[in-house]
Design a protein around this ligand. Structure first.
Ligand code: UDX
Ligand code: UDX
Length: 463
């Protein structure tokens, strides 16, 4: 058993703390926000993540997980301190390391005996050395090591990702630190999870390189979709066949309204800056950023071409989070698409299973469900593929609409079915004209998708 302190109980910190305590470690999660601590103290989770509440509760009952505002006591009793505070982009898009620096300084002040300081937040290559120099400067005599252990958690399936990862990356500055980290992740060693033992700088780069590659894959398939639209091909079929090539893999090949969330937009931008600062221009990644911005606007253009003009049109938006099974709207495509629809004269009625407000987006009528949103609408615009939108009753939906048009930004409905239901339908790189009755096997594609948990998986985690 290792004594661990996790500083920062945001999304990453809390999932990390809860899972590491479940591995058998003794974990204290520290935060400087008293309101957050009060919420956690009541057994509530400040955000939506399937299964997390139960995991926290169970490990608190076993006395392996606790919360505290006292960084001094928590750090001095820890063998390993994880830094999991936010690294938001500053005005130029560089990862802002202010909180990481502050926390490193506080750790320096209070660490007692051999301590391993781990960066869990996504930080540019070189941050490990920065943390090392902050600690060394303040405590030249102290016995410590700095480790980088990046997270690869997807919101909505973070616990599964932590407990059954494809790999664990540990960048350490000594064999001694590596051995302690091995103990921290002992259950995963026993499960033969590949553990990359590497340097701090490599570990930091692996995180950015992985996220940027996934973003590139999404932008690539989005552009293939746009070409499919132009030449009359179906991107869901193209992507499926591409994915059957083991070198490509079917994951992250779903065309849509562009990626969002707390990681891809921030990390892709940060990596272009890291490269630039080092004297290298990362051209493919610059294109990824541009393609993603244009892809969001393309959804507005699609609505416009379906409806002729957006002036005085009512649009029913289904789903506003950046993906299903989360209440997170950070950098969600909805934040740019909805205001642009409004700017062009449309009125928005919206529904989302867990969100009923969007920061900076006003004049939206929030509705009780998809059918309520569709009342009097000229178009349904499906933006997030929540399970509850996967089996809509189209008779009921269309009955109260002013015009039966459907813009399926996640390609979850088959164009041929939609035509049968009497809807004018447009997808992303997918249309009635490009589909064929002998190729209606798209359901299989969605089920094998890794970005979309199957319904039973979600409810399992909740129970
Ligand atoms: C994380 C990672 O930090 C980021 O690098 C990654 O790429 C995405 O997710 P997240 O967990 O979502 O960020 O951050 P946030 O929700 O901002 O949580 C940070 C927590 O740290 C907050 O609860 C905040 O109160 C706390 N904090 C911040 C401290 O306890 N001390 C500080 O000095 C600063
Ligand atoms: C991501 C990474 O997957 C994770 O490893 C990392 O540590 C944090 O960032 P997350 O942001 O939670 O996780 O979500 P993810 O499932 O990766 O989706 C990101 C965005 O890409 C979403 O907006 C999603 O809709 C979009 N996406 C994903 C697509 O448009 N198409 C796909 O095929 C997959």
């Amino acid at each position: 058993m290792v004594n661990i302190t996790v500083v920062g109980t945001g999304y990453v910190g809390l999932v990390t703390g809860a899972c590491l305590s479940d591995f058998g470690n003794r974990v204290v999660c520290v935060d400087n926000d008293p309101k957050k601590l009060e919420t956690l103290g009541r057994g509530e989770i400040p955000f939506y993540e399937p299964g997390l509440k139960e995991l926290v509760e169970m490990n608190r009952t076993r006395n392996r997980l606790s919360f505290s505002g006292d960084i001094a006591a928590s750090v001095s009793s820890a063998d390993v301190v994880f830094i999991a505070v936010g690294t938001p982009p500053d005005e130029q898009g560089h990862a802002d390391l202010k909180y990481v620096r502050e926390v490193a300084a506080a750790i320096a002040e209070h660490m007692d005996g051999y301590t391993i300081v781990v960066t869990k937040s996504t930080v540019p290559t070189g941050t490990g050395s920065l943390v090392d120099s902050i600690l060394r400067e303040r405590r030249p005599e102290a016995d410590f090591d700095v480790v980088s252990n990046p997270e690869f958690l997807r919101e909505g399936s973070a616990i599964g990702d932590f407990m059954r990862p494809d790999r664990v990356v540990i960048g350490a500055s000594s064999e001694r630190a590596m051995d302690v980290m091995e103990k921290v992740y002992r259950p995963l060693y026993l499960l033969r999870t590949p553990i990359m033992r590497t340097t701090v700088a490599n570990a930091e780069m692996i995180k950015y390189a992985s996220n940027a590659f996934l973003a590139l894959k999404i932008s690539y398939i989005n552009e293939i979709a746009n070409v499919c639209d132009a030449v009359g091909a179906d991107v869901t079929v193209v992507a499926r066949a591409m994915g059957l090539d083991g070198r490509i893999s079917p994951k992250f090949l779903h065309a849509g309204p562009g990626y969002g969330g707390s990681c891809f937009p921030k990390d892709t931008l940060a990596l272009t800056h890291i490269a630039e600062k080092a004297g290298y221009r990362f051209r493919t990644l610059e294109a990824v950023l541009e393609v993603n911005r244009l892809q969001q606007m393309r959804m507005v253009d699609k609505a416009k071409s379906l409806l002729g003009s957006l002036e005085n049109k009512v649009i029913a938006v289904l789903g506003v989070t950046f993906k299903p099974s989360t209440d997170d709207v950070r950098d969600a495509p909805s934040l740019t698409i909805l205001p642009e629809l409004q700017r062009q004269g449309a009125t928005i009625r919206a529904h989302d299973p867990v969100v009923s407000a969007l920061p900076g987006v006003d004049n939206v009528t929030w509705c009780s469900d998809a059918y309520d949103a569709a009342r009097g609408a000229d178009c349904v615009l499906l933006l997030t593929e929540w399970n509850e939108y996967r089996d809509l009753d189209f008779e009921k939906l269309g009955a109260t609409m002013r015009d039966k048009t459907f813009l399926d930004c996640r390609n979850i409905y088959n164009p041929r079915d939609m035509k049968q239901h009497g809807f004018r339908h447009v997808g992303v790189g997918r249309s009635f004209e490009a589909s064929a009755p002998w190729a209606m096997d798209d359901v299989l594609i969605r089920e094998s998708s890794d970005s979309i948990p199957a319904p039973e998986t979600v409810s399992d985690r909740r129970s």
